[in-house]
Design a protein around this ligand. Structure first.
Ligand code: FMN
Length: 192
């Protein structure tokens, strides 16, 4: 696929078929994504892919986090249970949840460089997935900032930063493109 075509036609996917992407294909996507630029060759990306039976404990940790953050507080018990079940089913129907995380560098400059590099890795993975007909939704939900959630899934929050969860699978529906602002409104050539 032509690079410009991939960049402009890739869409964030919210609805997936139930089919799993083969592990080899996921390995190939993320191994090529790892050609992202990386200052000092730190290759800071780390990845847990929750799928199959592995989704249940992950989803339970997500629900506990929502609960801690008061997401369900304004509803009666019956409604709360229905909401939780809805979220549980919704998340369980997504074939892969690729949690991307990185080690926290105590030096802020290096931390920012690492975060930037991990984001480049994620965009590479999105484009490589798209090229193979696989959809991705890059998410940064509030539980990624909940230290207890990180503990619950076994990723020490003092050592690691949770960067994103990539929801992945074969698209059931591809949304329409949201137009981008002409770059002239954001870019200035400065020359004498
Ligand atoms: C850092 C980051 C976090 C995002 N988090 C979410 C999210 O939590 N939920 C969501 O629906 N989309 C999320 N998105 C996807 C954007 O909503 C999406 O890219 C935007 O609407 C443009 O749509 P497109 O990707 O199809 O062009 C995120 C994108 C980025 C870069």
């Amino acid at each position: 696929m032509d690079l410009v075509h991939a960049i402009t036609n890739r869409r964030s996917i919210h609805e997936f078929t139930e089919d799993e992407v083969p592990k080899d294909v996921l390995r190939e996507i993320f191994s090529k994504a790892a050609w992202a630029p990386t200052h000092r060759m730190k290759e800071p990306w780390l990845l847990n892919i929750y799928q199959g039976e592995g989704i249940e404990p992950y989803v339970s940790a997500v629900l506990s986090s929502y609960e801690r953050q008061g997401f369900f507080d304004n509803y009666n018990e019956e409604k709360q249970e229905r909401m939780k079940e809805g979220i549980r089913q919704f998340l369980k129907n997504i074939p892969h949840h690729a949690l991307v995380y990185m080690e926290r560098d105590s030096d802020l400059i290096k931390y920012e460089e690492d975060y930037a590099s991990v984001c480049a890795f994620i965009q590479n993975a999105q484009l490589l997935s798209w090229e193979r007909g696989i959809g991705v939704l890059w998410t940064t939900s509030p539980y990624l900032h909940d230290p207890q959630f990180a503990e619950d899934i076994g990723i020490g929050p003092d050592t690691y930063k949770l960067v994103a969860v990539l929801q992945m699978g074969y698209p059931n529906r591809v949304p329409k493109a949201k137009p981008r602002t002409p770059i002239e409104e954001k870019m200035t050539f400065i020359q004498s």
